[in-house]
Design a protein around this ligand. Structure first.
Ligand code: ADP
Ligand code: MG
Length: 363
């Protein structure tokens, strides 16, 4: 790889967004000798606690974005809801990796599903719901009604079984532009996290087995114990997605494994993903380091599993159990430095490495 395409250690990584993912990108960058600068609407963003600097500004403040970009050598984002214009403004000054295309599709569930299909990646049946006529024509029932934009951790979603229920749910969601997805009777949920380097090389982390409760990820287990054919298919779809997005960086693809062994895409995130946190403690390269390597033009790191592991999210007051967790020799505790505990808020996670209880977690 030509040296002039490399952003070397000592350079500064700009990160749009100041949450836990930005924080863990900054920590991984620091280990390789990079500085990070955070852009966030919040002055006390938790990523700022571990970074060389933070610029506070809204995502439509062009002057602040330009000041931020001027201090960075390369820029990435830690969440997919950064407005496209903010990324475009940064791109006028510095390379933003993975750029506008991935967020254009990841920000909007209908666009995202259409993109999957066009890339040859199967999904559940789905229909747009944006009018009374759409309600009357709906057939993907039972299903899940989701707002097209701004949903996360199960928010902005409703399970519906009948047309009347669908109408009531759409009213409750403020009659916003929605997607109705047929309910998938899945055997399990998995995710592929794929990195693509500046030279076009792709590498997929071992597939994680994910358990959700109330729409929020609770645990990720690796190895997943799934058949090789399913794992190979999931990896293939992840790589196909990264290539279709012309990505330089990282993309996570959440998938359902149906009872008959088919693999269907659920959603994507062009950034590090909660289901990849286990890689910090149990993989040769963490997903955060892999992102840094990709956007800085370094060779991608090895993705060998070093030990079996299970990541558990610490949600709301679960983080109060930190003292018990740090006393457990199999536990690696990560707390995000969030000042306020709120129900449903991700406060940290713990990865049990090597000898976790192999019984399945509470569904
Ligand atoms: N079509 C579906 N069929 C069955 N379960 C679903 C479907 N869509 C979502 N879910 C469940 O809800 C969870 C959250 O939905 P998802 O679309 O991933 O939204 P979020 O952005 O909130 O993560 C999924 O991980 C899965 O457990
Ligand atoms: Mg999801």
């Amino acid at each position: 790889m030509p040296v002039n395409t490399i952003t070397p250690p000592g350079s500064t990584i700009g990160i749009l967004g100041g949450g836990q993912l930005g924080r863990m990108i900054a920590l991984a960058g620091a280990r390789l000798g990079y500085r990070s600068i955070i852009y966030s609407p919040e002055a006390d963003a938790i990523a700022g606690q571990v970074s060389a600097g933070l610029i506070q500004g809204s995502y439509d403040d062009e002057a602040a974005l330009a000041r931020f970009a001027a201090q960075a050598d390369v820029i990435t984002y830690e969440f997919e809801n950064v407005p496209e214009q903010a990324v475009a403004e940064c791109e006028r000054h510095r390379p933003v990796r993975p750029g506008i295309k991935p967020i254009h599709f990841a920000q909007h569930r209908l666009r995202e599903k259409a993109f999957f299909r066009q890339a040859g990646i199967g999904t559940a049946d789905y229909q747009p719901i944006g009018s009374e006529a759409d309600l009357a024509a709906a057939t993907a029932l039972p299903g899940i009604l989701k707002t097209c934009t701004e949903g996360y951790d199960g928010k902005g979603q409703a399970r519906v079984t009948t047309r009347d229920g669908l109408k009531a749910a759409w009213d409750r969601l403020g009659r916003r532009e929605c997607i109705l997805e047929a309910l998938v009777d899945f055997q399990c949920e998995i995710s592929a996290i794929v990195a693509r380097g500046l030279d076009g090389t792709t590498r997929c982390f071992p597939i994680g087995l994910n358990h959700h409760r109330d729409g929020i990820l609770r645990t990720t287990t690796v190895p997943s114990g799934l058949p090789e054919t399913v794992l190979a298919r999931a990896e293939q779809l992840g790589v196909q997605l990264a290539l279709s997005l012309d990505l330089v960086g990282l993309v996570a693809l959440e998938m359902f494994v149906t009872r008959d062994g088919r693999v269907l895409a659920n959603e994507m995130a062009p950034r590090p993903h909660n289901s990849g946190h286990w890689t910090i403690d149990a993989c040769a390269t963490s997903q955060f380091e892999q992102l840094v390597r990709a956007i800085c033009g370094l060779p991608l790191g090895a993705v060998d599993v070093l030990a079996p592991s299970r990541m558990e999210n610490l949600i709301g007051d679960e983080a109060d159990g930190w003292l018990r967790i740090v006393a457990d020799p199999t536990a690696r505790l990560h707390l995000y430095g969030k000042a306020k505990v709120r129900p449903g808020r991700k406060m940290g996670h713990v990865t049990y490495v090597g000898s976790w209880d192999p019984s399945p977690p509470n569904p």
